[in-house]
Design a protein around this ligand. Structure first.
Ligand code: HEM
Length: 494
């Protein structure tokens, strides 16, 4: 049988399967949450579009806070209120043990070892424990603060050079380089990015972030997955393979260095090597490498994207920038470099960053997958194996929760108890429940440090001819939600 005939046969089998499936769906549909009618075969894919968080927010206004869509062959439930988020992430959390796996996350069996994609179980719990106790505890992060201080100085030096040369700064790029180096020094004591040239590790991590964030038709239509029409599986295999090999070589060099009794580092790799030396069963080398892939891919784009949105809002809202500048320069003075312990003395900075998390969450959706049984929430059935999208982008802009939701007002957070640690379901930039972001303590430090350093040391203007109200806010969804048009700004010395 040639390729075309095989393809047609597969289509036929799939169409029959879909017909049977849609019959059973019809039998059940009375109890499913409401939603737009799905087209045959493609379902509601066309309702999704390139910015699905925006389109489903509009649909939720019609169909309510619990909505059903069909993406190709996948039942999808969109939850868009704090009440529904709480039902899924807290009340019924045991029924949603998984985050969705895609062809890209299955490259090199990453999903089978990854803290981000394993189902909740012993292996996942062990990796989470290692993250919590040995990597992101206050004590550990304090021990390697010096590594991050050095990288912040590099950022300030780079912007200083731009001032001297009258160069515009691409804030997103500066934030990626800084976040990558803050991360790679905290984890491995190596620089992985440079402000002026693109290094291999930076290139591969950025490609990996892109490919994990790209929608893949093969994930929605099982039979297309075999053909990998967008080349996503191939690209993911290339990137994850390359990252694993690079981490392998860094680990080899470290093991060799400690054999030669060179001075011990204070980074996370050192801690993990101690753990796996003590007990291989607790952490294998393979798990260590996949953990690094997760940390870099989950940690860099989210952090740098947040910094870019914060700076965008500061430049769009000069009165907020001016208030923040006054606070940072009064508390820190002109020359002292910010330390992590200073963050608690900067309440307006904290409010600015919470406001950016509300209006521009890095991940517009928190995702889960329903286990193998149907579940009733309120009067609706959540079908087994359904993909769950908790739309925190919609919650952050809901006028019934936030007065003037489209206005950037950090003041709304000055006199409230609301924090980002997953207890307040109206503000969940780091998720909630057992799968809440384990890197939050590091991310929190990195975002505050970078923004404070930019505002303390420099005055910022938009490019000539661009007024604050003209700054573009359009979004592009990858692994996190980015500015579609990069923010360019001109620094000067105060
Ligand atoms: C501003 C920066 C960051 C934001 C906004 C963010 C946000 C998130 C969100 C929303 C989730 C999903 C939580 C859930 O499903 O309930 C998550 C998961 C995760 N994040 Fe972060 N993150 C950030 C930085 C980091 C950093 C710096 C690291 C590591 C160095 C990291 C590592 C992870 C990992 C490994 C997971 C998967 C956890 C699991 O499934 O058990 N993140 N993050």
């Amino acid at each position: 049988m040639d390729l075309t005939a095989s393809f047609l046969l597969l289509c036929l089998i799939w169409a029959c399967f879909h017909l049977l499936n849609s019959n059973s769906r019809r039998r059940r549909s009375a109890k499913l949450p409401p939603g737009p009618y799905p087209f045959p075969i493609i379902g509601n894919i066309l309702h999704f579009g390139p910015n699905p968080h925006q389109t489903v927010t509009k649909l939720s206004k019609i169909y309510g806070p619990l909505m059903h869509l069909r993406l190709g062959s996948i039942d999808t439930i969109v939850a868009s209120s704090p009440e529904m988020a709480k039902e899924i992430l807290q009340t019924h959390h045991q029924a949603f043990p998984l985050r969705s796996n895609t062809a890209a996350t299955r490259a090199f069996d990453h999903h089978a070892t990854s803290v981000a994609f394993l189902p909740i179980g012993d292996q996942w719990r062990n990796l989470r424990k290692i993250c919590k106790e040995h990597m992101f505890s206050n004590q550990r992060l304090q021990a390697n603060e010096g590594l991050r201080q050095e990288k912040l100085q590099k950022l300030v030096q780079y912007i200083q050079e731009c001032c001297v040369n009258g160069r515009t700064v691409d804030i997103g790029h500066a934030a990626v380089v800084t976040s990558l180096n803050l991360m790679s020094n905290t984890v491995l004591s190596v620089d992985s990015a440079d402000y002026n040239t693109c290094q291999e590790l930076e290139d591969i991590i950025c490609r990996c972030m892109r490919v994990w964030g790209s929608p893949n038709l093969g994930d929605y239509f099982g039979f297309l997955g075999l053909f990998d029409p967008q080349g996503i599986k191939r690209e993911a295999e290339f990137c994850v393979g390359k990252l694993l090999a690079m981490f392998d070589s860094i680990i080899d060099q470290r093991v060799e260095a400690s054999r030669n009794s060179q001075a011990r580092k204070t980074d996370l790799l050192e801690v993990l090597l101690e753990i796996s030396d003590g007990n291989q069963a607790e952490l294998t080398r393979n798990e260590m490498k996949h953990l690094f892939v997760d940390l870099f891919v989950a940690g860099v784009d989210t952090t740098s994207g947040t910094v870019e949105w914060v700076m965008t809002e500061l430049l769009r809202n000069p009165h907020v920038m001016s208030k923040l500048k006054t606070e940072v320069r009064t508390v820190l003075g002109a020359n002292k470099q910010i330390e992590e312990s200073d963050i608690s003395k900067l309440p307006y900075l904290q409010a600015v960053i919470k406001e950016a998390f509300r209006y521009h969450p890095s991940g517009p959706f928190i995702t889960r997958v329903k286990d193998g049984n149907d579940l009733q929430i309120k009067k609706y059935v959540i079908p087994k194996n359904a993909l769950i999208l908790i739309n925190i982008w919609a919650t952050g802009r809901d006028p019934s929760i936030w007065p003037n939701p489209d206005s950037f007002e950090p003041e709304r957070f000055l006199d409230t108890e609301i924090d980002v640690k997953g207890h307040h379901f109206e503000l969940l930039p780091f998720g909630a429940g057992r799968r809440i972001c384990p890197g939050m303590p590091l991310a929190y430090r990195m975002v505050h440090l970078i923004v404070a350093s930019l505002v303390q040391n420099f005055d910022w203007k938009l490019e000539p001819g661009v007024a604050p109200e003209d700054v573009d806010l359009s979004e592009k969804l990858g692994i996190s939600l980015h500015k579609a048009i990069p923010l360019k700004a001109v620094p000067t010395k105060p």
